[in-house]
Design a protein around this ligand. Structure first.
Ligand SMILES: Cc1cc2nc3c(=O)[nH]c(=O)nc-3n(C[C@H](O)[C@H](O)[C@H](O)COP(=O)(O)O)c2cc1C
Length: 314
């Protein structure tokens, strides 16, 4: 199905906070998704949980991703959820982390497809908001049930599906199986907005998923960490058939802007510590990166970040 939201910043726990979403939108992302948010935590009014739902300055639209084991916490979190006016609600059925799976949430939902239908139904009827589902190929290679799972989600009323084309057993390793995108689009391309996820690291990857495998859009995940330019590049590629890579100085200036935004949203101490992993990603492959990385391991202030980046060779 056609959508105006083709290029999405994927949910990335520990990364897609207000600052990263803000930068991605400024580089051309159509819309962004929160980090995964516990439906139970939200139902219980958890302050830390609610912080994850706050908008960045000027962020008009935001997808909220929730996780939970069955419809009960999803139902109970609705009053708190609605205060944040989500553009749509996404349900996490892909998280492989044992702490989450143990509770029956994340990719464990793929083991009992009846539950996804109930969860979607609960959210769609009680909130009247659009609901989407993000899931994997299946639990492991002997239980590839993504097509049946997608069908249940659609029966519950989901308007959109995102397939991360790996199994839970694969985690984030191994190659994403793009042939599954074709199977999904053949089966449900007319009924739902379909997004591809998994190994989308370049504009070429994104276009291939859309043009060759029939997906309506893509979610950039690890490919957008330290690389918000991928949104601009993909837009350029879609309109001209070519794109320009950022210069080293643009990478540094964007990383500094990212730091500034983190400082504005979270204060210098949190920004200083949390920015390090982003900064390391911004300088990946740049000559002098190893000296810079060493300096970044203790950087906190703007000056320390600037000094670390000055060790790069332009
Ligand atoms: C650090 C990290 C955090 C993630 N957090 C979430 C999350 O909160 N919710 C979710 O649905 N997927 C999450 N994912 C999965 C990504 O959204 C994406 O589906 C996956 O990384 C595959 O895409 P890629 O191979 O292009 O990175 C996470 C992945 C990584 C690497």
């Amino acid at each position: 199905m056609q959508t105006e939201n083709k290029l999405i910043l994927a949910p990335l726990a520990g990364y897609t906070d207000k600052a990263m979403r803000d930068i991605a939108l400024s580089m051309g992302a159509d819309i962004t998704v929160t980090e995964m948010v516990s439906a139970e935590g939200l139902a219980r009014d958890g302050e830390k949980t609610k912080e994850l739902l706050e908008r960045a300055d000027g962020e008009k639209r935001l997808v909220v991703q929730l996780f939970g084991p069955d419809k009960d916490p999803f139902h109970r979190c609705i009053p708190n959820l609605m205060e944040y006016n989500p553009t749509w609600i996404d349900i996490n059925c892909g998280c492989p982390v044992p702490k989450v799976v143990k509770t029956g949430a994340g990719s464990a939902l793929m083991k009992d497809k009846k539950k996804i239908r109930e969860i979607v139904e609960t959210l769609a009827t009680e909130t009247k908001l659009p609901v989407s589902v993000k899931f994997r190929l299946g639990w492991d290679s002997s239980s590839l049930n993504y097509l049946e799972f997608a069908e249940e989600a659609l029966k519950g009323g989901a308007f959109s599906l995102t397939l991360h084309a790996r199994t839970r057993a694969q985690g984030y390793e191994g190659k994403a199986d793009r042939s599954a995108f074709s199977a999904l689009s053949k089966e449900f391309g007319k009924d739902a907005v379909l997004y591809a996820s998994g190994d989308i690291f370049t504009p070429e990857d994104a276009i291939e998923c859309m043009e060759e495998y029939g997906m309506d859009g893509v979610m950039f995940a690890r490919g957008a960490i330290g690389n918000p330019f991928i949104f601009r590049e993909t837009r350029e590629y879609l309109s001209n058939g070519s794109y320009t890579l950022p210069s080293i100085s643009e990478r540094i200036e964007t990383a500094m802007l990212h730091y500034e935004k983190m400082k504005k949203y979270y204060g210098e101490n949190i920004a200083g510590r949390e920015m390090r992993k982003h900064a390391m990603a911004y300088i990946k492959g740049v000559p002098g990166a190893s000296r810079c990385k060493k300096a970044l391991t203790s950087a906190i202030t703007e000056e320390e970040y600037r000094d670390a980046f000055s060790l790069l060779e332009e």
